[in-house]
Design a protein around this ligand. Sequence first.
Ligand code: SF4
Length: 340
Amino acid sequence: MLSGGFGKVGIGRKVKKTDPLLLFKDCRLCPRHCGVNRLNQRKAAPPSFCGESSLLRVAHVGPHFGEEPPITGKNGSGTVFFSGCSLKCSICQNHQISRDGLGNTISVHDLYLRLEEMIRVDKVHNINLVTPDHFFPHVFELVTLLRRNGHDLPVIYNLSGYQSTTLLAWAEDFVDIYLPDFKYANPALSKHLSNCKEYPSVALDAISVMVRQKGFLAASVEGTSLAKKGVLVRHMILPGEVRNSMDALTSLFLEFGSGLPISLMSQYYPVLPQEGRDLNRPITQEEFDRVYAHALDLGLENLYVQFLDNGTSIEGCPPSFLPDFHQKNPFLNTVPKSTI
Ligand code: SF4
């Protein structure tokens, strides 16, 4: 059960109960630890890695049907796509919002009203906050508002895996389900694609904290097939990087055992030109088969798999699930992300 209110220990200092926005001053919300003052909103582009000031910005709010079955259910997952990102991968499938900064400023209260409408009209099964960590103070306030007004849907943090363990400790009371990525086991690859060679160790530490807080995602709860609590880790196979995927799965297995729910994704599409490596194409069937076979060899018991024929990898054509955040409904053509 979530509870409202602030006043826990912040990033190495006490945060006043009434002023969580102070976390934006000397910002260390993510492991980049920029230390910039994001409260200074007069600058159009503050020198923060995520590119965001303390003004909350959102690119899209709406029901989404492209998540794993226990998240999507019948009515969809109630997503909020935040602008900016603390990782900014060069291969990001959502680059329009994560790298280009597409989105509009909105107050926490107005965002709450939009969520309330989505809950009432669309009857979504959960609130799915996509890349929310660089706006955590606003997000905690948003979740508090939801709870105070009687909305007890599971709250999901849909994350890159590059999270501060200190912040996760603070977030614990404001989240039910974590959907972190584990993108890279190879530090050279994470340096190349995300300017972050420490990603593998930071992400494993972060996922450990998430699992300690919420346990593994239980897909069947109280006779429904909808998830209410827990952790599901996602990994997207990259072209030419089969070894990275196999090592990533092995690392997760060694760290958490065979019961960790993992979603294996094949949807990579080269949305931006990539220098070096073999990333200017979708993955091949052979690459997928090798990684999938490794997952089976490891004996992973809770594997969600996005098979290649599930809307992916048609040479030269963007896959049907690739979002376009310039459209009112960016996911008009999405297909469900994965099957068990
Ligand atoms: S949230 Fe943004 S400004 Fe804060 S430390 Fe991370 S990248 Fe830097």
